[in-house]
Design a protein around this ligand. Structure first.
Ligand code: ADP
Ligand code: MG
Length: 464
């Protein structure tokens, strides 16, 4: 009897040889299952998520048990247990940034800094490369270049992430520096409290509160203030901030600020403060492009230990146009729905979930006409041929592919698709879809071609 991972390898090899599972299934199982324990006739197998536990229980529990009984002549019951692996490395070809952390735990991470916001898990694309590079340069040499740094961008585009990444990076590399991270909202609250406007706390006198506030900010080596648009209309706070800013700036301490709009658009903000804020470098964050969205989705899925089919990933990237926060919300929505209802993530399920989520702009409805034009163009046949009666293979194949893609990408019923293909019966459409689907599963080249075609239709999208 094998008492380690080789047991599973042997079991799946046998199952494959007997034709009970395919080679793909064997590979998937072996990459997701980990031998954990075998005692008292119980085999425990670790799997990375509840989703896999349920799927594997349905599909393989009995097969594995039967195979071991046959191999060893003993009855073994098989149990799957969820064991989430440590977070894996990035899928991107991106260099890890933090090479050697100084692991001294003498200092506590500064208040407000969330450890998970790092440069390593910030996905870089064309639209945010400059901001990321500037933030990293600041983190490596705080106070030396780019001071102050102002990050501007709409909600959900990664301002807080980068601001926090600067703080975390500095904390991990040089604990002699005093880092202060604060949201503008909290700064205002602390200021009001310091002024004694909320007299609730008796434990500290007004003057010691005053000292504590000033100390906290004036002693900072790195001051990170998030969402400075909140300072609009708070003139007393602005006055205090102005003095703090000047002191730190003159002492060459690093200041980084974020704002949800260009400084010039802020109202009721002291002009002197505006000019101070814009004195250094201003970087802006823009919505990610398609490729970056794909990379972000992969990264998020990694953290869930989940795998979505490529067409679902592309659908999400194409559908969510607003910002990264909405992108994350869409992924979480689809993932948790599938996980809880124990369903497979399919394009249909993803479409449903995307429609159901509020923040997501779903406007992707492709016309049958559009699909026909892309396919006709690709196969160099005419649209009339796709709709017509010709039965030669060079026409039938593109026609079936076009029907299949219509079914995949649109919500039209087969009856309607049939009508658009020269008034064919819906059973013809169903047959075509089934045939292409079967071929697609067996042939990776066809799969790749279909993905390309789907992408082409998407890129030339038209509304109906
Ligand atoms: P903002 O402060 O601009 O409103 P956040 O920094 O809070 O946006 O970003 C929203 C969410 O999107 C966060 O969970 C953040 O980690 C994630 N996010 C934003 N940009 C990226 C990126 N480039 N790579 C990975 N995650 C990102
Ligand atoms: Mg933010």
């Amino acid at each position: 009897m094998f008492f380690d991972g080789s047991l599973l390898q042997e079991v799946f090899k046998q199952l494959r040889l007997k034709g009970e599972i395919s080679e793909d299934e064997e590979n998937t199982c072996l990459s997701r299952m980990e031998f954990a324990d075998l005692k008292d006739n119980q085999l425990i197998i670790n799997v990375p998520s509840g989703y896999y536990k349920d799927r594997f229980e349905d599909l393989f529990q009995d097969k594995i048990s039967a195979e071991i009984s046959e191999m060893e002549g003993t009855n073994i019951s098989v149990h799957f247990e969820v064991k989430r692996p440590q977070e894996k490395k990035t899928v991107q070809a991106q260099q890890p940034i933090i090479h050697e952390k100084k692991e001294s735990k003498t200092h506590k991470r500064p208040e407000g800094l969330v450890e998970t916001y790092t440069f390593d898990n910030f996905v870089v694309g064309d639209k945010n490369l400059y901001s990321r590079e500037a933030a990293l340069a600041i983190a490596k040499e705080p106070g030396k270049k780019f001071n102050p740094c102002l990050m501007v961008g709409n909600v959900g585009l990664g301002k807080t992430h980068l601001l926090q990444a600067i703080g975390n990076y500095i904390f991990d590399h040089d604990q002699s520096l005093k880092i202060v991270y604060v949201t503008a909202e909290k700064f205002v609250r602390e200021f009001i409290e310091m002024l004694g406007k909320s007299e609730g706390s008796k434990s500290m006198s007004k003057s010691s509160k005053n000292m504590a506030f000033k100390d906290k900010y004036r002693k900072a080596d790195v001051l990170l203030i998030d969402d400075i648009h909140t300072f609009q209309g708070k003139s007393e706070t602005q006055e205090e901030l102005f003095h703090i800013f000047n002191d730190l700036y003159e002492a060459k301490k690093q200041i980084v600020l974020t704002c949800d709009r260009p400084i010039s658009e802020l109202k009721n903000l002291n002009e002197r403060l505006k000019s101070r804020f814009s004195r250094g470098i201003t970087v802006d964050l823009r919505p990610p492009d398609f490729e970056t969205k794909i990379a972000i989705i992969h990264k998020k899925l990694e953290s869930f230990n989940a795998i979505f089919p490529q067409d679902v990933i592309e659908l999400i990237a194409e559908t969510v146009k607003t910002n990264v926060r909405d992108l994350e919300a869409a992924i979480t929505n689809i993932y948790s729905y599938a996980d809880l209802t124990r369903k497979q993530v399919t394009i249909e399920l993803a479409k449903e979930r995307l429609k159901a989520s509020n923040n997501v702009q779903v406007d992707e409805i492709f016309s049958i006409d559009r699909v026909q034009r892309v396919i006709a163009d690709y196969f160099n046949v005419s649209i009339n041929d796709l709709k017509g009666k010709k039965k030669n293979k060079s026409i039938v194949y593109p026609r079936q592919i076009a029907m299949y893609i219509c079914r995949e990408m649109t919500d039209f019923p087969t009856t309607e698709i049939g009508l658009e293909f020269g008034g064919r019966d819906h059973t013809t459409v169903m047959h075509a879809c089934q045939k292409i689907n079967d071929l697609r599963i067996a042939d990776p080249n066809l799969d790749a071609m279909l993905q390309n075609l789907i992408r082409s239709v998407r890129e030339h999208k038209e509304m109906i």
